[in-house]
Design a binder for this molecule. Structure first.
Ligand code: LRH
Length: 490
């Protein structure tokens, strides 16, 4: 058939966007119709998401998408970052602003849960990498608060936005798999974990899978966005990383991926979870993907380190131009200093250049580094962390990896891609930058019948239609190996 227009709402930690994707008849086009900043707000000591500002951005974006598409859309899908949620009261109204996963309320919660459910058992039941902000810890931190007591429903962020658009509530599976309340073998909630954490599973509306119908735009929403006719909303891989992995333009099965943005999510796609103790020790996660797949990966701090440095410099009146900084960083010697980009010490916002500096490895002048030297340290550290994650994914899963796909915002960072190829000793295929939005559109398009096929067919379509860039590994891999050993023994 002909290509149909779908809107992909993709909310990231730094910005939200609405993309118009046209898919069908062997074609795939994507254009950005609206982008808006996502600015967390600290209020009374708690870091929040400004979720109504995001919703306003979504409405503006849908209006813009409709205008581009002649007033009609064949569907809408919503994805966003994982783990966070909004609470609704008995009338369906939002209780307070959702708390940001970088808020410190979860400190000490892992130990608290481990006292009733040992970490090894939690891992066997949920397969999730320990991250202090996993939903289960957030809910433990919220126990006994008036907000949670008044709550009748809990909606993960993309489900919350979909609820406002449609009036219908559901819990999308790929994102539910990031809560540490879901058993990745069965794709159902784990009563045992919920009981141990004191979580009322009745707060979650029924599960739905990517491709499932999720309602239609409410008349009031259509009116506000100028859209005509019924507009179906469909569940997609509502966890942005799940959509980004759909958007990997792989040619065959032997690939690793790194979804780069605020985070780097580096790993492989599997048919079944790997719930081994070795995997737990290596901090590997089993998140659920589209079509029954498992995203076996590690969370790495990602470009957050760089974004946060820039924010600090700008606040100090030294706003640097990113391209100039990157060019200078590219000319600097490699591995002068590096940090463990997986270290939760970098999770919270604030004073990032300073926090990165003292942790840097010696070699030269640790103090008084220039901004470009700090940027180089960040990118070397990310490449190093990518190397470790790809090697660990291979080792722990037994998968063959011949190529590393870098998708998401980091795919346009040439230095990061080049260093990643060098560090991994593997070719890197970079792009698409908007993999999450493409994955969102493609899952909708398939559910709507505009395209068909398996994930591998979808990936061939991406490979044919998207512009990609290849980086062959170069330089001396042993320098990366040495740095890795040095980090491990520090
Ligand atoms: C990336 C992401 C990642 C999560 C984090 C909270 O946007 O969804 O997969 O771990 O945000």
């Amino acid at each position: 058939g002909d290509a149909l227009p779908f809107a992909a709402v993709d909310l990231g930690a730094a910005s939200g966007r609405v993309m118009l994707g046209r898919a069908g008849g062997g074609e795939l086009h994507l254009e950005e119709v609206h982008r808006f900043p996502n600015r967390p707000v600290r209020l009374a000591g708690t870091l929040h998401w400004d979720v109504l500002a995001l919703y306003a951005g979504v409405l503006d974006g849908l209006r813009a998408a409709g205008q581009r598409a002649g007033g009609r859309l064949a569907g809408v899908g919503v994805d966003s970052w994982a783990v966070d949620y909004g609470l609704l009261d008995a009338s369906g109204a939002l209780i307070g602003n959702p708390v940001h996963y970088r808020d410190t309320r979860t400190e000490g919660m892992a130990a608290k849960l481990a006292a009733v459910l040992p970490a090894a058992e939690l891992y066997r039941a949920t397969g999730l990498q320990h991250l202090p902000f996993n939903t289960v810890y957030q809910l433990l931190a919220a126990r006994g608060t008036p907000a949670l007591a008044a709550a009748r429903r809990l909606l993960l962020i993309p489900d919350l936005v979909a609820y406002w658009l449609t009036g219908r509530a559901g819990t999308e599976l790929t994102n539910a798999s990031t809560t540490a309340l879901l058993d990745p073998r069965t794709g159902t909630f784990s009563r045992r974990v919920a009981e141990a954490a004191g979580v009322d599973l009745g707060l979650f509306p029924p599960l739905r899978r990517p491709g499932d119908p999720a309602g239609e735009l409410l008349p009031a929403v259509r009116e506000e966005t100028g859209l005509t006719g019924p507009v179906p909303v469909r569940a997609v891989g509502s966890h942005d990383t799940a959509s980004a992995v759909v958007g990997v333009p792989a040619r065959d099965a032997d690939f690793a991926y790194i979804a780069t943005g605020t985070w780097s999510l580096a790993g492989v796609e599997l048919d079944a979870p790997v719930l081994t103790e070795a995997g737990r020790a290596a901090n590997f996660t089993n998140e659920l993907g589209v079509d029954g797949t498992v995203r076996y990966l590690r969370n790495i701090m990602g470009l957050w380190l760089l974004q946060e440095c820039q924010r600090t410099w700008a606040a100090e009146g030294r706003a640097y131009e990113l391209d100039a900084l990157l060019a200078e960083a590219a000319a600097a010697p490699r591995l002068r200093s590096y940090v463990d980009a997986g270290d939760p010490e970098f999770l919270a916002p604030g004073r990032m250049p300073e926090r990165i500096a003292p942790a840097g490895r010696p070699a030269g002048r640790p103090a008084g580094r220039t901004a470009a030297e700090t940027v180089r340290c960040v990118l070397d550290s990310l490449a190093l962390a990518h190397r470790r994650a790809v090697a660990d994914a291979r080792r722990l899963s037994g998968r063959t990896v011949r190529v590393v796909h870098v998708v998401g915002g980091g795919a346009r960072n040439e230095l990061l891609c080049r260093l990643t190829a060098d560090a991994c000793g593997l070719p890197v295929v970079a792009g698409p930058v908007e993999a999450a939005a493409l994955g969102n559109v493609l899952v909708q398009a398939r559910a709507a019948g505009a395209i068909d096929g398996t994930l591998s067919d979808i990936r061939s379509l991406l490979h044919r239609t998207q512009s990609l860039r290849e980086y062959e590994p170069g330089g001396d891999e042993s320098a990366w190996e040495e740095a890795e050993c040095a980090l491990r023994s520090s």
